[in-house]
Write a protein that binds this ligand. Structure first.
Ligand code: FPP
Length: 251
């Protein structure tokens, strides 16, 4: 069965999914297990993020989406929200040059409104600086919620209908997908969630219709290249049918 969504990797012939998305969960529990503050778990989470971005590039993954801050994360204590915003600022300030040097293209999905001006500017700067890069595309889901993204797409279409430039009869799934936050990015082939929780928590609900889901017990700060490779190997053993029949049965 052909798998157009995977590329065969030069390192070890691993079949690598074109787009991997990650729910980086378990920073708090990692810290609690060590008697450390949650902020330390998030700080170590950024190190895991650096390792994962590097590994994804080396493995030949085309797109890596990371769930960095969800719409629902605003309900955490103000001090933790401040920590997470501070980590994003530091991540961009410290790592952007290196990401750019390695050919990484940064994209951001999520609601920009409601973010501090300087955070919004940093996100825009990351996208602008790396726009023409041709290596790994790193999609940062920040202030992101999938239901809100779908509602935004519906609102954009409603505005076009009201302005007379969109025929309601032309609205179908493809049309809606074209109004999501990053319509040019392919759907994720594989979604990994760390920390043993088995749910999507409002992440990429539209785009995950046919994604393979892998839940690993590792807390995010312990995630590394081996863990990524092992999830990819697991992905390689899955049979994806996209609602059709298997090659064995159908042909
Ligand atoms: C989940 O752990 C993780 C987050 C809410 C945020 C993910 C953020 C990072 C990995 C670091 C920040 C990176 C950037 C670029 C901002 P949790 O706190 O929900 O852990 P718990 O479920 O064990 O409490």
């Amino acid at each position: 069965m052909s798998k157009p969504d995977v590329v065969t990797n030069a390192i070890g012939g691993l079949e690598v999914p074109r787009h991997v998305a990650v729910i980086m969960d378990g920073n708090g529990r990692w810290a609690a297990a060590r008697g450390l503050p949650r902020s330390e778990g998030h700080r170590r989470g950024v190190e895991a993020l650096r390792r994962t971005v590097r590994a994804a590039g080396e493995l030949g993954i085309g797109f890596l989406t990371i769930f960095s801050f969800s719409t629902e994360n605003w309900s955490r204590p103000a001090s933790e929200v401040r920590d997470l915003m501070g980590l994003l600022r530091r991540f961009i300030r410290n790592d952007l040059a290196e990401l750019h040097r390695s050919g990484v293209r940064v994209r951001v999905i999520g609601e920009r409104e409601g973010l501090d001006d300087d955070v919004r500017r940093l996100l825009e700067e990351a996208e602008e600086l790396t726009r023409a890069n041709t290596g790994l595309t790193l999609v940062v889901a920040f202030n992101y919620g999938a239901r809100q993204e779908i509602a935004r797409a519906a609102r954009r279409m409603a505005e076009l209908v009201a302005a007379g430039s969109l025929d309601p009869q032309s609205i179908n799934a493809d049309a809606l997908a074209r109004h999501l936050d990053a319509p040019d990015i392919p759907d994720p082939d594989l979604i990994i969630r760390t920390s043993g929780e088995s749910r999507l928590s409002n992440f990429l609900l539209w785009q995950s219709a046919y994604s393979e889901l892998i839940f690993v017990p590792t807390f995010w700060p312990d995630f590394d290249r081996n863990a990524l490779e092992s999830a990819i190997a697991d992905f390689g053993r899955r049979e994806r049918r996209f609602g059709g029949l298997t090659a064995k049965v159908g042909s």
